[in-house]
Design a protein around this ligand. Sequence first.
Ligand code: SF4
Length: 476
Amino acid sequence: MSQAGKTLFDTIWNDHRVNDAPAPDGGPDTLYIDLHLIHEVTSPQAFSILRDRGMKLRHPNQTMATMDHSTPSTPPRPDGTYVIENPDAEIQLTALESNCSEFGVPLYPLGHENQGIVHVTAPELGLVQPGMTIVCGDSHTSTHGAFGALAFGIGTSQVAHVFATQCLLAKRPKTFEIRIDGALQPGVSAKDVILSVISQIGTEAGTGHVFEYTGSAIRAMSMEERMTVTNMSIEGGATAGLIQPDEVTFDYLQGRDFAPQGPDFDEAVADWRSRFQPADGVYDRCVSFNADEMEPMITYGTNPGMGMPVRDTVPDPADLENKSDRLSFQRALDYMRVEPGKPLLGHPVDVVFVGSCTNSRLSDLRDAAGLMDGRKVNDGVRMLVVPGSRKVKAAAELEGLDQIFLRAGAEWREPGCSMCLAMNGDKIEPGQLSVSTSNRNFEGRQGKRGRTVLASPLTAAACAVTGVITDVREMM
Ligand code: SF4
């Protein structure tokens, strides 16, 4: 099929629009949804809506459930059961189990070999494939766009709607090309790329748009690196983030549990290749970056757009024209206890968290372990390493990464969201500063009055060793 005049987004949207013609007057189209991912936090109310109306799931087998947000990261008891200290978390986990059983939804519960953060486990199982539409009651569903799938977060009532109909009413977003050419320098990772992009375009630039990441730097990335980039599309305000599928995508998918197998896989690849050729459509907006100029990044404020190269000085709110912008910027600096015009380098660190759906995959753990091998976590720093899934944990242990972290004095934990949002009891104390590989540095995100600095796994590991904000390039 020719892709003349279409972007990747156009192709996927048009393929999934159920209504014959686009909705008039910018109204919502009805989209068919190929895959619905659910977890314990946003699904209970949606199941209740179905139950109250006497309805069933339209396609339970196009739905996948796992447990991640509230799961403990401490090891199980000898009998295999887990200590869940928070009663609300226990209620959520139990409810998911009974809801999935009642409605026939495949579930990977706590302790199952396929359990993990939904955005880590679905791709590694091969459930996420090019050209799909994918939704989940979670904003970082954008992660799956790395495969050339249109994937975005939805609200609770929309979760119920997809349960009942396998369709979703959605207004067609605009397209925004984020082009990144060039080659990343040593010490600069995919996380630095996306933090750099968001620090330059802001957290609202993508509102009403889908990002499409293009350029030689994106093409050179592995699937895990691409997922780190698309994961944070939402932090740039976008509905979703897309990357055109290519040989890297197909190689990653081959042999995965839910990917087509044998001759079916060859047929699927031929189909993906023909349907998703490089786009020749026109984007509504475009912006370009040079990867050669990017540096290791850190955030200094309370949103992911407040980021800078690690050696820079904190910007001065006085430079902002708008008074309310100046006030909110100053408030963020006050919260973070950082001063304009001064660097963050050398700033003391209390906690280092390596994990989350942004940076908890095997390559992330390899990056951090590679830097920590033969080194120690600095006295006074607590370092948690939380694999994104049970499969990642097993693979890391097979390589001995767990032993590197343990020898260094870090905590090697069970998979889940953990300290990304501190719902499971893993949290920082008031006033503590955490260097985190997660995606959000909002006030209190990792614990009440806690302060979060976002960074790559490499930078996080360097900070754990030195005990202060560090330029990882000095240790490589
Ligand atoms: S790791 Fe964090 S951002 Fe990702 S799904 Fe879990 S809570 Fe959300």
